[in-house]
Design a protein around this ligand. Structure first.
Ligand SMILES: Nc1ncnc2c1ncn2[C@@H]1O[C@H](COP(=O)(O)OP(=O)(O)OP(=O)(O)O)[C@@H](O)[C@H]1O
Ligand SMILES: [Mg+2]
Length: 324
């Protein structure tokens, strides 16, 4: 297995608003090897996107990285200026968002947008740029890529637009791609095709990938490892088999029970009762305790880390030891 090339340690990203401090990402740590997909899963507001934006060096005001380290091949990214980060963005770390129109300019042909993405970091003859673009489009399953190059974004279907965005992310052969709900808006058939093609690109190019989603079913197909987040904190992390096959955190178990295709046949699908606590008033205790059927008074205390195996870790006072 290849070496770790990317590492996030003790990341805290907070938003300082007039209403108070929103602790959106609290003490999050993970690492990634080449050719590996880490899925980050959690309900809306759990801090997934802020984690991605922190890595990209693009946390919006009034937010900032308060502490922690983000290293790519041993180089610290959190201390780089916005301009210094420009060198990494696109070239070594690329991001794909849920809405392709956040990336694509509606007034520019696909060719010009792709050329621009390349020339920001590298100079090469037009013909070489053209063939690199065609290769990238083909690698994500776009038929007759030559013709698509002269299209405007609105002339393509939603699925095709998202493939173009992924092709742009692949253009400069980055080390890491962060994909934030990239297929959520697409229908399931297209979603499955794109996931299949992504997995192939990751394996062939040896990229690392962080796939952010609220959908554990997608991760069961794509991810090597999964990090479950809740209210900005890590709840559980493990291999996909650890998380889907033997979840140890009551929250992970609840998430799984709410996914139709992963649910035990015959069992009822269950919504998780209640809602996430305010990120303004989080103490040291488990943020899930108010919604957890196993919670005791102890859960208001600092949450211990429980190590179930070299790959499987859980932050919980009362993890599921074995079938209860
Ligand atoms: N610009 C901002 N100003 C203030 N607070 C913010 C800002 N952006 C994010 N937050 C806070 O961070 C929390 C986590 O946001 P984030 O976008 O990371 O959630 P998410 O897990 O990606 O959710 P979703 O599944 O809905 O995309 C938000 O609920 C909000 O409280
Ligand atoms: Mg998000």
């Amino acid at each position: 297995m290849s070496e770790t090339f990317f590492e996030v340690a003790g990341l805290n990203t907070w938003f300082f608003t007039r209403a108070g401090t929103f602790k959106s990402v609290r003490d999050v740590s993970f690492s990634l090897r080449r050719g590996e997909v880490l899925g980050i899963v959690g309900e809306s507001g759990s801090g997934k996107s802020v984690t991605g934006m922190s890595i990209m060096g693009q946390v919006d005001e009034p937010g900032r990285i308060v502490s922690g380290s983000i290293q790519l091949d041993g180089e610290e990214l959190t201390t780089l200026s916005f301009d210094q980060m420009r060198h990494y963005r696109g070239r070594r770390i690329a991001m794909v968002f849920q809405n392709p129109l956040m990336t694509l300019n509606p007034l520019m042909r696909i060719r010009d947008q792709m050329f621009e993405a390349i020339s920001e970091h590298e100079s090469m003859p037009q013909a070489e740029m053209q063939s690199r673009c065609i290769d990238a489009l083909r690698s994500v399953g776009i038929p007759s890529p030559e013709d698509r190059l002269s299209a405007y974004p609105h002339e393509l279907s939603g699925g095709m637009r998202q493939r173009v965005v992924i092709a742009i992310a692949l253009l400069l052969n980055p080390d890491l791609i962060i994909a934030d709900e990239p297929t959520t808006a697409l229908d399931v058939t297209i979603q499955a095709q794109i996931i299949h093609q992504m997995r192939r690109q990751i394996d062939e190019r040896g990229l690392g990938m962080i796939w952010i989603t609220h959908d554990l079913a997608t991760l069961s197909e794509l991810a090597d490892r999964i990090l479950v987040m809740y209210a900005g904190a890590m709840m559980e992390t493990g291999t996909t088999a650890d998380i889907i096959g033997s979840p140890r955190h009551p929250y992970t178990r609840k998430l799984l029970e709410s996914v139709p295709s992963l649910n035990v046949p015959g069992e009822k699908l269950r919504q998780i009762r209640g809602s996430m606590p305010s990120l303004l008033s989080l103490g040291a205790g488990c943020p899930f305790r108010d919604r957890c059927e196993f919670a005791t008074e102890a859960c208001a205390e600092i949450v211990p880390e429980r190590v179930f195996s070299p790959t499987h870790r859980v932050w919980c006072h009362h993890p599921i030891e074995d079938e209860r």
